[in-house]
Write a protein that binds this ligand. Structure first.
Ligand SMILES: [Zn+2]
Length: 432
């Protein structure tokens, strides 16, 4: 009898859950990781602070992130065609480039705080083995749905199987060099439960080896929510979900460090970005015009108290409302790339910093004894050294071709070299 009651309660939970599909599981995934590795959330917050404090004046260099899409499918519908994948990459580039036509729908009041991120994406053309690739993997699995009952209580281990060949999914490519995006069915008992989730940058490379387990870095998207031309509609009767490929835009925002625009709380708990209006969660079931207009008082510089920004990709508003990132969000994501996720850009052969004035940081030993020489520089360069907490500890402007920096104490540092041709950031471990 108790089992029947329990099952009925769970089923009712599912029913109500599925009536309003969970748009994003990133917040839950972070809580789950914290249970596996206490201190994880603090580490994520530290990476956020470091990225936010990373005051880089260069916002014009286009960072292109190599992407691998892993299609994990049980049936033909889930084996989405290449055309949907190409379309999703285009939607990412339009959204992060602020070139999508429906930016016209942005209310004028936000015009001065939005724009391009100068972050772009491309399917990887060189695989981890050095050979050419389409940037797409396809894996047929016996698993009919990766969601499970544990998800209702915050256990993400079921959906995490998508990222593991041994568990019926597909192993990631080197997560420091590729943005891994998995596309699969995360349904639970036939209900579409979750549209996507992502892992935020967490500085795990700074954790002692073997001290962490749990989530695998990257983005997961429910297969019907991928692309803006997806031929498979979401289950009828589960709500009028309007997919425009922006589930993936939202999840990549988390992957690059952004939080939900309402900070997963009330008016007192916000997203840490200065120019996003304070708000509470907007539901995807509302149309853009019927949303609550201004739920929290804020003060965005000369703009004052702005209304809720349902146009923001990091809201839960319907996808046809979402058209923009703010400049503050741009800066945070670029800060993440320039500090915690720098290897995505730095190690990929497609990156060309400069052909006539190469910035070469391969000359110093790494790990280092603290005496560093950067050689082969040309022109005028700015060399900044940041501590692991984001604090700028050295700033050198020089026209020298060789620059020596002596006696850094033991620790992790980020060395950023910039000139008129580009910017390179390297992580350096000093061991005494
Ligand atoms: Zn989210």
């Amino acid at each position: 009898m108790n089992k029947i009651i329990l099952f009925s309660a769970l089923f009712l939970s599912f029913s109500s859950f599925s009536q309003q599909i969970h748009k994003c599981g990133t917040h839950e995934a972070m809580q789950y990781q914290e249970t596996l590795n206490p201190g994880y959330l603090q580490q994520v917050n530290e990476v956020f602070s470091r990225a936010k404090d990373h005051q880089n004046q260069d916002r014009s260099t286009v960072y292109t992130i190599p992407v691998v899409v892993h299609v994990v499918y049980n049936n033909a519908d889930e084996n989405i065609p290449d055309s949907v994948i190409f379309n999703q990459i285009q939607v990412l580039n339009d959204s992060y480039g602020y070139t999508n036509p429906d930016t016209l729908n942005l209310r004028d009041t936000f015009n001065t705080i939005v724009g391009t991120t100068n972050i772009q994406f491309e399917l990887a053309t060189i695989g981890p083995d050095g050979n050419t690739t389409t940037g797409i993997t396809r894996t047929q699995t016996d698993i009919t749905e990766f969601g499970d009952i544990g998800f209702l209580t915050g256990d993400m281990s079921g959906v995490e199987r998508i990222k593991s060949t041994a568990n019926g999914g597909e192993d990631p490519w080197d997560q420091s060099r590729y943005l891994n995006i998995w596309v699969a069915d995360m349904s639970v008992l036939g209900f579409t439960a979750l549209m996507g989730y992502a892992t935020p940058p967490d500085g795990l490379s700074n954790w002692p080896a073997g001290s962490t387990d749990g989530m695998s870095d990257g983005v997961v998207v429910q297969y019907q929510a991928f692309g803006n031309n997806n031929p498979i509609p979401l289950d009828p009767g589960t709500g009028a979900i309007d997919f425009r490929g922006r589930t993936c835009v939202h999840e990549v925002g988390h992957y690059l460090g952004l939080r939900h625009i309402w900070g997963d709380g009330d008016c007192t708990q916000q997203d840490g970005i200065d120019d996003t209006p304070n708000a509470v969660e907007n539901s995807q079931t509302y149309g853009c015009d019927s949303l609550p207009q201004n739920t929290c008082v804020d003060n965005i510089g000369i703009l004052g108290d702005l209304p809720n920004m349902y146009e923001n990709y990091m809201d839960y508003s319907s996808e046809h409302c979402q058209v923009a990132f703010t400049l503050g969000q741009r800066d945070l994501m670029r800060g993440v790339i320039e500090t915690d996720r720098w290897d995505l850009i730095d190690n990929y052969p497609a990156l060309t910093v400069s052909e006539n004035n190469p910035l070469n940081l391969n000359d110093y030993p790494n790990p280092s004894n603290g005496n560093i020489t950067v050689s082969g520089l040309k022109g005028t360069n700015t060399i900044e050294i940041y501590a692991n907490n984001g604090q700028l500890i050295n700033n050198i402007n020089s026209t020298e071709s060789d620059i020596s920096i002596n006696e850094l104490p033991a620790g992790i540092y980020f060395i950023r070299i910039s000139n008129s041709n580009g910017v390179v950031t390297k992580k350096l471990s000093v061991i005494k």
